[in-house]
Design a protein around this ligand. Structure first.
Ligand SMILES: [Zn+2]
Length: 114
């Protein structure tokens, strides 16, 4: 009879231990889920270089999709707070304005001759 009581005690203790471990696992799973949801989403956008394609129409071409966007007020994409290509969504990471660069180069050569 004593052996049976001892066996029942061990069974109840084991069942309580299983319940405690289950609750701990649920808590850990919740913590892990919250952590994963708190991570910033990976930025899978491509990086684009916007290049001015024409000196007079203020068209800027995306290096990713090849489409051009015209800035009718002039200026550069960054001056208009453009951060993404309006066509393909690529992140604009650089701008090239060959017409300004040509002017700068002309200035440099004129400086060197002085
Ligand atoms: Zn694009």
């Amino acid at each position: 009879m004593v052996a049976l009581v001892e066996l029942l005690k061990k069974f109840v203790e084991a069942k309580n231990e299983v319940r405690r471990i289950e609750e701990e696992l649920i808590s850990l799973t919740d913590s892990l889920r919250k952590y994963v949801y708190s991570l910033p989403e990976e930025d899978t956008r491509k990086s684009a270089i916007f290049t001015r394609i024409d000196e007079y129409c203020d068209g800027w071409e995306c290096s990713v999709c090849g489409n051009a966007w015209s800035l009718i007020d002039g200026g550069t994409p960054s001056e208009h707070d453009m951060r993404f290509c309006p066509f393909c969504g690529a992140r604009i990471t650089a701008e090239r304005d060959p017409y300004v660069e040509e002017l700068e180069e002309e200035d440099e050569t004129s400086d060197s001759t002085v």
